[in-house]
Design a protein around this ligand. Structure first.
Ligand SMILES: [Zn+2]
Ligand SMILES: [Zn+2]
Length: 188
């Protein structure tokens, strides 16, 4: 990789974080650059020095709410940054996943496993529409029991232990996560 290309990548990364309202010090630390470099990129973007341009929210909840808007049918759209498909934001020099904040807002506890919207709306951050893996699987197990589905086998056809890799689909049918992951990775 040439130095020029690396510099371009760094600049793009700085610009992205600046647009998301990340503090200069956090950007500098995260990307391993000087704060003067961040300041130069900011001014190159036509932005005034940070203090006056920065949006600040008094609380984590306000920082979350300030980046959402109603999307109809009870969904909540994320207007902030999306990183690798996940809505994210900065607050007091920390980066947060909006999904995880939404989950904790509703339940009052940290999530167990990845949090995702369960409403079918991409990147919906409505607190009552997101669930962690533990809750998701518990709900699906309840559905399977209600539907009278038989207990899945101890091991899948490939011999993976259900206690470790066993998961349930939204309709309560069982599948093996190790096999599903293998299939995803095998895809071109
Ligand atoms: Zn939703
Ligand atoms: Zn398997």
């Amino acid at each position: 990789m040439t130095a020029r290309r690396l510099a371009e990548q760094t600049r793009t990364a700085i610009e992205e974080l600046v647009r998301d309202g990340a503090p200069s010090r956090a950007i500098a630390r995260r990307l391993g650059v000087n704060r003067s470099t961040v300041a130069a990129v900011r001014s190159g973007m036509g932005l005034p020095p940070q203090r006056s341009a920065r949006r600040t929210f008094p609380t984590l909840v306000a920082a979350f709410r300030g980046r959402t808007e109603p999307a109809g049918a009870g969904h909540l759209r994320w207007t902030g940054r999306i990183a690798q498909g996940v809505p994210v934001f900065w607050h007091r020099r920390q980066q947060y996943s909006a999904y995880r904040v939404a989950f904790t807002l509703r339940t009052g506890r940290p999530p167990d496993g990845p949090v995702k919207p369960e409403c079918g709306q991409r990147q919906c951050v409505e607190p009552t529409h997101v669930d962690d893996t533990a809750t998701r699987q518990r709900d699906r197990a309840m559905l399977a029991a209600l539907l009278g589905r038989p207990e899945p086998a101890e091991r899948c056809a490939q011999g993976h232990d259900r206690a470790v890799h066993g998961r349930l689909l939204p309709d309560g049918r069982p599948y093996c996560n190790a096999c599903a992951r293998g299939q995803r990775e095998a895809r071109p």
